[in-house]
Design a protein around this ligand. Structure first.
Ligand code: SAH
Ligand code: SF4
Ligand code: F3S
Length: 437
């Protein structure tokens, strides 16, 4: 009889790709994927703890499985990812949800197979959270689900210790894959017909840090010179390591998308300092200027945090001003969320929720207005889009141009994975609608 798995993913693209690796392990064990968690023989939750709401979301969804598990006693429930790796959280989960069978962390995903067989033979819960061993595991093969895009890790972990951020604590120290392994994976993906590769790392610009023959710009150049028509993206770039050399590589390689995610977090120098971001707003703007000089039409996107401890109205206004100066194509705006164990969690001067809420609304309104204005400039133009998927609700296919702008369009046949020219007829906020020409 067929056995089924279901993986629920929270958090960033890195976690999405990690879930593809979990799927790889489960399919090797003979499990097949299923849409509904109710049909699963094994349900895995790949969690995130970047902000409190990510955590609550996971806790809520795991809690909802209590009834299902009572009715389906042989079902295995496994929880892994950043949340379980956070100090004390595995025990916490165990106490709250005694029906969970397996709890693992971010460093031992490769042992999931052993945990499953242990659970099946001993009938006891398996809980193991390991410390970062500084290694890169090449044998964790992904069962990819995001055709025509493929995610490719280049670094794991983070050394930056921004004072608000939990990632360095739950993902360990930064380590890089060998460039030859990355290149081999990219070549294979292109040969398999993938049309877009997105390189992943918390800070791709610090790739290898001297431990490989290639720097990040050199690696990008090499990947971009693989034969075939495909797009190359990367995320995330930390502004402090975003170099002119990299900008020049983007400028001369048509396969590298003119779209850079460059999280600024705040426009206030005192907040940036307290965040330990290691750049000033002027330094950030200088990097943007260099980028615009070499790649004038480059789309720049960012992440912003409001309500960091001691953020004043003046600090917040500096963020609004910076957003206006850069003219981001889009931005993710977050309310600061206190994360236990980080430096900022111990800071005095937490900003009242009502103040943070008002600030985030104002910021989102500004960002959305900018995004809308940029979208409107597309109307009447033709853009090249890589078709990614079919939206059954809308009855339309969707794809993205190299700047990351989403477009919807009709097609009689399945065009997923094809590059198409779309004449843009209308813009609705962040997305465009048009027709194939
Ligand atoms: N490595 C990437 C981002 C990883 S987390 C970088 O440095 O740019 C993605 C985003 O989540 C961050 O850019 C930040 O804006 C936000 N974030 C991280 N910790 C947060 C916290 N404690 N509260 C609110 N937002 C946070
Ligand atoms: Fe977190 Fe900063 Fe590392 Fe990004 S660079 S993951 S925000 S510590
Ligand atoms: Fe990503 Fe969340 Fe972990 S954003 S690195 S899954 S804490």
């Amino acid at each position: 009889m067929d056995k089924f798995y279901h993986v629920t993913t929270y958090g960033c693209q890195m976690n999405v790709h990690e879930s593809e690796k979990i799927a790889g392990i489960l399919s090797e064990l003979g499990y097949k994927s299923c849409e509904r968690i109710e049909d699963a023989d094994i349900a895995v939750f790949n969690t995130c703890c970047i902000r409190e709401n990510a955590e609550n979301h996971a806790f809520g969804n795991i809690g909802m499985l209590k009834k299902l598990k009572a009715a389906k006693r042989d079902m295995i429930i496994a929880v892994g990812g950043c949340l379980t790796q956070q100090m004390g959280k595995a025990e916490n989960l165990r106490e709250k949800f005694p029906f969970v069978d397996i709890i693992f962390g971010t460093h031992n995903l490769g042992k999931l197979k052993d945990y499953i067989s242990k659970k099946q033979s001993d009938k006891k819960a398996v809980i193991e959270i390991l410390d970062d061993d500084g290694k890169v595991y090449e044998e964790r093969k992904a069962l990819r689900t995001s055709y025509p895009n493929a995610w490719v890790n280049i670094t794991y972990g983070c050394n930056n210790f921004c004072t608000y951020c939990i990632v360095p604590y739950v993902r360990g120290r930064e380590r890089s894959r060998r460039s030859e392994d990355i290149l081999k994976e990219c070549r294979e993906l292109i040969a398999l017909g993938y049309k877009e590769i997105t390189l992943l790392g918390q800070n791709v610009n610090s790739y290898a840090n001297g431990t490989d023959d290639l720097t990040f710009p050199e690696l990008l150049n090499k990947i971009a010179s693989i034969e075939g028509k495909f797009r190359l993206r990367f995320m995330t770039s930390h502004p402090k390591d975003f170099s002119e050399e990299l900008v020049k590589v983007i400028a001369v390689n048509p396969k590298i998308c003119k779209c850079v995610h460059l999280p600024v977090q705040s426009g206030s120098d005192s907040v940036l300092k307290a965040m330990n971001r290691r750049y000033t707003s002027a330094e950030y703007l200088k990097k943007v200027e260099v980028l615009k000089k070499y790649v004038p039409d480059c789309a720049i996107t960012t992440d912003l945090i409001v309500g960091f401890p001691n953020e004043t109205d003046e600090d917040f206004n500096a963020t609004l001003n910076l957003v206006k100066t850069v003219g981001f194509s889009s931005a993710f705006s977050f309310v600061y969320s206190k994360r236990d164990g980080t430096v900022a969690a111990k800071m005095d001067g937490q900003v009242p929720t009502a103040v943070s809420k008002a600030r985030i609304m104002e910021l989102i309104a500004l960002v959305n207005a900018q995004t809308r204005a940029q979208s409107e400039k597309y109307v009447g133009k033709t853009v090249e889009v890589l078709c990614e998927d079919y939206d059954a609700k809308k009855g339309l296919y969707l794809g993205r141009d190299e700047y990351g702008r989403m477009a919807y369009f009709k097609s009689e046949k399945d065009v997923t994975g094809e590059f198409l020219n779309i004449f843009v007829e209308s813009a609705n906020g962040i997305s465009l609608t048009g027709k194939i020409v």
